[in-house]
Design a protein around this ligand. Sequence first.
Ligand code: F6R
Length: 352
Amino acid sequence: MIDLDDAAAMRAADPSGMLGLVSGLADHCREGYQLGRAAEGLPSADDLTAVAFCGMGGSAVAGDVVRVLYAERLRLPVTVIRTPELPAWCGPHTLVVASSYSGNTAETLALFEEAVARGCRMIAVTSGGRLAQLAAELEVGTVRVPGTFMPRAAVGYLALGVLGSLESVGLVPSMAADLDETLGELRRILDVNGPAVPASNNPAKTLALRIGGRFPVVWGGEGLAATAAYRWKTQFNENAKVPAFWGALPELDHNEVVGWAEGAGRSFFLVALRHEGEHAEVAARFPLSTEIARSSGMEAEEVRASGASGLSRLLELVLHGDLVSTYHAIARGVDPTPIDAIARLKRALAEA
Ligand code: F6R
């Protein structure tokens, strides 16, 4: 076990500095928003009927952020497409956002080319690669983000870059005030949970250690907390290299809870993501559902976002999960950065 209060041992266990990258979320959001606002050659938002956000893995999360934040405010459906096939409803009145951090993800490139062929209105979000090249050739407005991250660590750039560009085309109202509040909340979270705060006084380090060898199960209410729960799951997979699971309330009360029979939960640890803006139905269900999980032998802990805006609640929960999953890796001597299985798959598919 690596001591999470030993800065030198932590640096040695995290040679590519994932902890520093996830801790930089507030700055990434601020810079990403500016890049999105300043992007040139963006399409018109007149007469749009839908937004299709195309991306995979860490680059798709930005689409989840847009989808949940604007579900109640935007009069257009926002759909996140994580497959190489563009749905039949995408056409000239659809705004297609193609998001690939590397710019070389096969599924996203296939969707981009098909969307161009169908005359969709396009925005590309990338740090380079083939997507940047194609977008430049076809004069597609591009949010160009810096290229030195692992895609999942660039979530602030990608999400706020997209939000800034949607604001720029007049599709969504300004979120400058929400962003200011969010940056303050993210800094507050780091003051309490950041690498320099000793484990005895640091809820994120304590949670990572408490989970120990158990498999994380992360629950959130449908909407922003469910989006954050999915992000926690994927960050446990990629940073900590452990199987992890997620579910959304109220849906999980109609199926998953049955699986948590007595004894079934002993190898799992439940993290419940909560916030003040939860639907009353979800808030009522949470304690009852958590009780069922506990009765299966699973330990549980609640993580609560306290921000006022949806953006800050969502990104607080995301930052908390990024920190916990990275601490979980480092404590067990696992390098949080490499994702060998994903790289192997991409190589094998490119050769096939
Ligand atoms: C790696 C990661 C992956 C990638 C995914 C798509 O850190 O999070 O999930 O995001 O393989 O690649 P990109 O983002 O380059 O399109």
